[in-house]
Design a protein around this ligand. Structure first.
Ligand SMILES: NC(=O)c1ccc[n+]([C@@H]2O[C@H](COP(=O)([O-])OP(=O)(O)OC[C@H]3O[C@@H](n4cnc5c(N)ncnc54)[C@H](O)[C@@H]3O)[C@@H](O)[C@H]2O)c1
Ligand SMILES: O=C(O)CC[C@@H](O)C(=O)O
Length: 523
């Protein structure tokens, strides 16, 4: 396995990667240069400088892209997901650094520090021009109450500020121990003396502050954006700073980085740093180490800690869920080897102890199993929901409440243009996977090796004829299971066979009188 590191990350992260795999560090590559070399790598590790485009991913064999930091707006997530490339990030390591930088910018704004420094270095002793304002008692608007927003709020409370915050997605418990008032965006805009932004750049946050929002703000408001360029409309900001409506603004991030052509840089009431929010030694070591560990986990097929485009399971739950993930994938594969038809819906029904867990990954594994037999594109836990959606397959998850310790049972009900069928499985002690029903037939199959399934009429002689045919062709039967709907009615037989079953023998089995269908399932 080979890993390409295409931005500067801390050596501590590279050392971790190097202990397991070959690592090449090649920075400042153009898109075309990356396209040219990416084919020989299994993993790519970036910070924010490398733009990981669909073109770069298109002909790559990448299994994972690691982002040493929080924001993944430099990675085309849709293209990665479509291609089944797992994206992981390191969201925790730079929270302190970014929140401290925000507070530094807040103070620099309030006390005119950059301009005062510049003036004195130009040998001018001007104390009148740089009269500041105090933070104590002022209102800070915090837009986005995630990791960094909350940390900024706590630090600002320590400075005696009152906090008004806006985050429509916040969970109450996350902020109940912080002395802040959560309000709507308009209230933040109208009432705050300072406003700081800590949201990701998304369709809903792009230009969330423009001409209209500036007009709602207090005269002389001060703004800080240490999150992402594009959240504040830079043209409107230029006008608001020029007119004095906004007395001062501190930007660490810009719509286009580096912003060397931006007229904003010429304004004296604009403070700017070159995307330094995460640039502390501590944060850089932390994010590089975190992302390196996750990239290795991904390459080894282990559960990662910080997936961006795949469902996340807490490590404590993963060991319990894992056997069901494997089982569901086999059930999906079992189903599409057994039946065909245009699938319109897959319903995953959970009962017993599994019902109390986060089953999203099990559902995704079931879909992966289903798609693995019908699509050219290899399905995995990253792209399976996307591929299913693309094919118009509706996925339903249902949990049925049962007594506390009933064994976990998963039923996969598949609707196609040819009807509805199902397969049911469970996991016994020691992670022993079993398929326990196909449609209404109760069976007990270990999903392993080759299994011959026959659908036939329950009548004397059929089982013997199949056995004789297999014996004549030197095919050993490992075990046999029988199920029937009624006496002499429709029946199912499952035979575990030790050898492969050639197509001509399968055709002969299908010709046996009373036989409706015979299918070889391979695991
Ligand atoms: N300047 C830097 O170097 C630097 C360093 C680290 C992080 N960042 C950036 O800081 C931002 C915050 O990072 P984080 O780690 O706190 O992320 P986070 O995911 O923990 O928090 C983001 C918060 O924004 C909220 N949010 C999303 N859409 C919103 C909307 N439309 N309106 C209001 N709130 C909304 C979410 O509910 C969430 O609580 C990100 O943009 C990240 O890329 C910048
Ligand atoms: O890599 C950096 O220095 C910036 C990282 C920061 O913007 C982030 O989103 O984590």
């Amino acid at each position: 396995m080979k890993i390409l590191v295409s931005d500067d990350i801390a050596q501590e992260g590279i050392d971790i990667l190097n202990q397991e795999y070959q690592v090449d560090v090649k920075t400042k590559l153009s898109e075309d240069e990356l396209v040219e070399i990416i084919g020989s790598y299994d993993a790519l590790v970036v910070r924010s400088a490398t733009k990981v485009t669909a073109k770069i991913m298109e002909n790559s064999n990448l299994k994972v892209i690691g982002r040493a930091g929080v924001g993944v707006d430099n990675i085309d997530l849709e293209a990665a997901t479509k291609k089944g490339i797992l994206v992981v990030n390191a969201p925790e390591g730079n929270t302190t650094a970014a929140s401290e930088h925000t507070i530094a910018l807040l103070m620099a704004l309030a006390r005119n520090i950059p301009e005062a420094v510049r003036s004195l270095k130009n040998k001018v002793w001007d104390r009148k021009r740089f009269m500041g304002i105090e933070l104590n008692g002022k209102t800070l608007g915090v837009v986005g109450l995630g990791r960094i927003g909350r940390e900024v709020a706590k630090k600002a409370i320590g400075l005696g500020m009152n906090i008004l915050a806006y985050d429509p997605y916040i969970i109450k418990q996350q902020v109940e121990n912080i002395d802040i008032k959560v309000v709507d965006l308009d209230s933040v805009l109208k009432e705050a003396d300072f406003i700081t932004f800590h949201v990701p750049l998304t369709k809903s946050t792009y230009h969330m502050v423009g001409e209209k929002e500036f007009s709602m703000m207090k005269d002389g408001v001060m703004l800080i954006n240490c999150a992402r360029g594009g959240i504040i409309d830079e043209e409107a900001l230029y006008e608001a700073l020029k007119s004095g409506k906004v007395a001062g603004c501190a930007l660490d991030v810009f719509e286009k980085e580096p912003p060397l052509e931006s007229p904003l840089l010429d304004l004296p009431n604009l403070i700017a740093t070159p995307h330094l929010g995460a640039s502390t030694q501590e944060a850089q070591v932390s994010v590089a180490v975190d992302v390196a560990k996750d990239v290795i986990r991904a390459l080894k097929g282990e559960m990662v800690k910080n997936p961006v485009n795949m469902v996340h399971i807490r490590p404590e739950e993963y060991s319990e869920i894992r056997p069901f993930v494997d089982l569901a994938e086999k059930m999906g594969s079992f189903y599409t080897q057994l039946r065909n038809g245009r699938i319109s819906e897959v319903e995953m029904i959970y009962t017993g102890k599994i019902e109390r867990m986060d089953v999203k990954m099990i559902t995704t594994a079931g879909i992966k199993g289903i798609l693995s037999n019908i699509l050219q594109t290899p399905a995995n836990l990253v792209n399976a929901p996307f591929l299913a959606r693309e094919r118009g397959i509706k996925i339903i998850e249902k949990k049925i409440n049962q007594e506390q310790d009933a064994p976990g049972v998963v039923t996969m009900k598949v609707t196609t243009d040819k009807g509805v069928g199902s397969v049911t499985g469970t996991v016994q002690a020691n992670a022993d996977e079993r398929i326990v029903a196909v449609d209404e037939y109760k069976i007990d199959l270990i999903p392993r090796g080759n299994i011959l399934l026959t659908f036939h009429r329950d009548r004397p002689g059929i089982v013997g004829k199949v056995g004789t045919l297999l014996g004549k062709n030197d095919i050993n039967i490992a075990y046999m299971q029988l199920g029937r709907k009624s006496y002499r009615g429709e029946a199912l037989m499952a035979l575990g066979v030790d050898e492969n079953l050639p197509d001509d023998i399968l055709s002969e089995i299908r010709k046996i009188d009373g036989m409706e269908n015979a299918v070889l399932i391979k695991f």
